[in-house]
Design a protein around this ligand. Structure first.
Ligand SMILES: Cc1ncc(C[n+]2csc(CCOP(=O)(O)OP(=O)(O)O)c2C)c(N)n1
Length: 805
């Protein structure tokens, strides 16, 4: 019996569409089952699949339009298949880690399976027309980390809608109508980032439609350990928009196995988001996970018999099938046939994907085996070589590393022999090395014509008219010029809007450019950066401010996991040219003077990290990054805002090149390498040292990532033969990084006549007050003594040791 409500719904559904949906849902389920089997049989390393979540994703796909964006997680395979942003071949290619961008366009084999993404960039790194494509931002594994960027992806629509100067950027938006679709699992809503992001989305009125896939578990942990009241719907009730208000979310709750209700809910919700420009949340509950969380374990270990029985009954595919039959869209027999066809189809595609993956690997192995066989004919170690070759050929499913390892072992065996065909082996190895370098290590930084490394230097120009003004006024002039020349530049952060930031770099610019161009944000560092990431993925040029360097730690995870890895993890498929602005070095106390630079630079490889010593240099770095298509972090020196500098006449054009240190004092005796606020301290020490006859050369690194790309510090070392690295990071922090760069990478050790030294801060955080600072961070007295000690060792007569009796 079909009730009246269902009868009405049936009238609203097109039979062919329903059957096509069933076909797709079933196909996706088969992909999950077969995918798991591939892992269990050892052909793939790990598998995580979207089984149990098929139906709501099909409904979501119906609401998704070209130009829209997804920011989701590993369960979304059915959605990706349904919108045509993933093919079955690509699904299997990623499972096998097929390291070819044609086979796995999401990550070229760099991400584990179910990390979805579309490619926003052409192969030369330029933007595609994102309004003509289905867009998915690239997934990351940390649960909830898709949320910060969702803020910016949705907010960009509002900016494109409300800012007239952006109307011409039709490559990125058609009038700001695009929705950013988010997805998240129920357990991940327990993450702080989730709450911070939905609050920000609500405050910003970002055009977001967020789906929560609720299967009552987070791996083995049930909802009562995850959430108060076990139910995310009741917790988010406070975000619901009141009638007549324009603040908050529309919130929907729908059963995950109820096809008609899902389709209706997604249609209603998406239309409302597009028309009313308010965000919405759809809580999809009563979902299941038929194969358990991933291939790492079985869910029978933690789900009760009762739960397992319920999951079997309420599996969305089972329910969908029942509904189709009950509604007479198809008979059981027709569906059986579809299932057979899809099962075969998926299996066929899998086989092809495997062949595509394994054939070039086998060909490379065969080639190598032939080379080794040839060497066996003339080598006096033929037995050993044969052993290596047979072992390699005996592997059923070899990896590239097996061939490489065999080649290396063979070369070592042949080390004392001069055989002509040895060259072939070396050539094979070198070729393989370079193609694997490209396969796994390209695109950490931009490889486009807008790479920050190839932006030409434009030196500062001064004239008799150039005024001398405060550091903050220099920055203010730079930002004013930037906002005037490029409407895509949007600045925001805590106190950036009305106040113009706590040090007034943006003073008066909100009045001049409006509240959307220069704006205040809540205190929410992770989503300030996330907001910038999402906006930049949609063609905007955000300058996101983190008020103090010490608070960057809140955002460091998302900078590391999402922003810095973006180009690399998509092998050049996506970019987010975000500028993060912050200030640090030398104020007072534990949380207002930090310089945890090594922690930062080691976690954000893939970004540029710049530490200008004054505001003219900072302006030059801003201009360079704004001309490039890469993300960067600029750390301004806190005590530089109130120091006076001369304003260059070309403040809007000057650029400082990345990775080029500057000699800020010439000298003969010792090279002292430093950066940021320590430059002034070292210069002060230099004056005192010159009074005792020691002449130091002071080098300001200015750019930690990249570091001295022309090896100029080595040039200085050749002259002085002695070196000291100074900064206010912890011992073994950035001083150790700089030391390694110069002594190992630049071969600087060759020129040393004294042992290299580092002078850093103490291992603890800086204590408060002037005395706390003096005994926590390096000061001019210590620099003096460190340099003097080196000289005392070299020439004790002229530099007697006055520090010990
Ligand atoms: C930050 C972080 N912590 C832990 C994990 C390990 N982990 C992966 S998935 C998962 C459970 C997520 O559950 P839920 O959000 O409900 O999504 P589901 O897998 O059930 O769809 C956990 C704990 C992770 N990936 N990231």
């Amino acid at each position: 019996m079909v009730d009246k409500k269902t009868e009405e719904l049936i009238e609203n559904f097109n039979r062919e569409e329903v059957i096509a949906d069933y076909r797709l849902a079933y196909q996706s389920r088969q992909a999950s089952l077969i995918g798991r089997r591939e892992v269990m049989s050892g052909k793939a390393k790990f598998g995580i699949f979207g089984d149990g979540k098929e139906l709501p994703q099909i409904a979501m796909a119906k609401a998704f339009r070209k130009g829209d964006f997804r920011s989701g997680y590993y369960r979304d395979q059915t959605f990706m298949l349904a919108v045509g942003a993933l093919t079955l071949s690509e699904f299997f290619a990623q499972l096998y880690a097929h390291a070819d961008v044609e086979a796995d366009p999401a990550s070229a084999g760099r991400s584990m399976n179910a990390h979805f993404s579309t490619r926003s960039l052409n192969s030369d790194g330029s933007w595609k027309n994102l309004t003509e494509t289905i867009n998915s931002s690239p997934d990351v594994s940390p649960t909830g980390s898709q949320m910060p960027r969702l803020v910016g992806l949705g907010y960009a629509s509002r900016l494109y809608r409300e800012l007239d100067d952006l109307k011409s950027y039709t490559q990125f938006s058609q009038g700001g109508m695009e929705i950013a679709f988010g997805t998240i699992g129920n357990a991940s809503t327990a993450e702080g980032m989730f709450w911070e992001a939905i609050n920000a989305i609500g405050v910003l009125k970002a055009q977001v439609l967020l789906s929560i896939w609720d299967d009552c578990f987070g791996i083995s942990v049930p909802s009562d350990h995850q959430l108060v009241k076990q139910n995310i719907s009741s917790l988010i009730e406070g975000f619901r928009v009141e009638p007549g208000s324009e603040n908050g979310f529309d919130i929907y709750t729908v059963l995950g196995w109820d096809y008609p209700a899902l389709v209706k809910t997604y249609q209603e919700a998406s239309e409302s988001v597009r028309q009313k420009h308010l965000p919405a949340i759809i809580h999809v509950h009563e979902l299941t996970q038929p194969q358990g969380h991933s291939t790492s374990g079985s869910h029978e270990r933690y789900k009760s018999e009762q739960r397992l029985a319920w999951e079997a009954e309420f599996d969305c595919l089972v329910k969908f099938r029942e509904w189709i039959i009950e509604s007479k869209f198809a008979a059981a027999f027709d569906l059986d046939q579809i299932e057979d066809e899809e099962r075969n189809q998926v299996e066929e595609t899998r086989k092809e994907a495997w062949e595509d993956y394994i054939s070039p690997i086998l060909a490379e192995r065969a080639n190598l085996a032939n080379i080794i066989a040839e060497l066996e004919e003339t080598s006096s170690h033929s037995e050993q070589l044969e052993k290596i070759r047979n072992k390699l050929l005996g592997l059923l499913t070899p990896f590239r590393r097996d061939s490489m390892s065999a080649a290396r072992q063979a070369l070592a065996i042949l080390r004392n022999e001069t055989l002509t065909s040895k060259d072939k082996l070396l050539e094979w190895k070198n070729l393989s090395e370079s193609s694997n370098e490209e396969r796994y290590s390209s695109h950490l930084y931009s490889q486009s014509s807008q790479s920050a490394l190839i932006i030409e230097e434009v030196k500062s120009i001064y004239s008799s008219e150039s005024p001398t003004i405060y550091g903050f006024e220099i920055l203010n002039t730079c930002f004013d010029a930037a906002l005037a020349r490029d409407p895509r530049i949007i600045a925001f952060g805590e106190d950036v809007g009305r106040l113009g930031d706590v040090n007034q770099g943006f003073r008066g610019l909100q009045d001049k450019y409006g509240e959307l161009r220069v704006s205040d944000t809540g205190i929410r560092e992770v989503t300030i950066v996330g907001q910038a990431i999402g906006m930049a993925m949609r063609g905007l040029r955000p300058i996101a401010e983190i008020q103090y360097l010490d608070y960057l730690l809140y955002a460091l995870q998302i900078m590391s996991d999402d922003l810095a890895s973006l180009q690399w993890r998509t092998k050049g498929g996506a970019k987010a040219p975000v500028i993060i602005r912050t200030r640090g070095h030398r104020l007072e106390g534990i949380w207002h003077s930090g310089s945890p630079m090594a922690g930062i630079i080691h976690l954000v490889r893939g970004m540029h990290v710049l530490v200008p010593r004054n505001m003219v240099q900072a302006s030059g770095f801003y201009n360079t990054l704004l001309l490039s298509d890469e993300p960067g972090l600029i750390i301004e020196v806190l005590n530089g805002y109130r120091l006076k500098e001369q304003l260059p006449d070309n403040i809007d054009e000057l650029t400082v090149p990345l990775g080029v240190p500057e000699v800020i004092r010439k000298g003969q005796d010792i090279t002292v390498v430093t950066y940021g606020a320590c430059c002034r301290i070292v210069l002060e020490a230099a004056e005192r040292l010159s009074q005792v006859g020691i002449d130091i050369e002071v080098i300001d690194v200015q750019s930690l990532l990249p570091f001295d790309i022309h090896y100029s510090i080595n040039g200085s070392l050749k002259k002085t033969n002695r070196i000291l690295f100074v900064d206010e990071d912890v011992p073994g922090g950035t001083t150790a990084y700089m030391l390694q760069e110069v002594l190992e990478k630049q071969d600087g050790y060759r020129w040393l006549d004294s042992s290299p030294r580092t002078l850093s801060g103490k291992p603890h955080r800086p204590a408060y007050g002037s005395d706390g600072d003096y005994w926590s961070k390096p000061n001019a007295d210590q620099v003096f003594e460190s340099v003097y000690e080196i000289m005392a060792e070299v020439d004790p007569v002229n530099y007697p040791n006055y520090l010990s009796s």
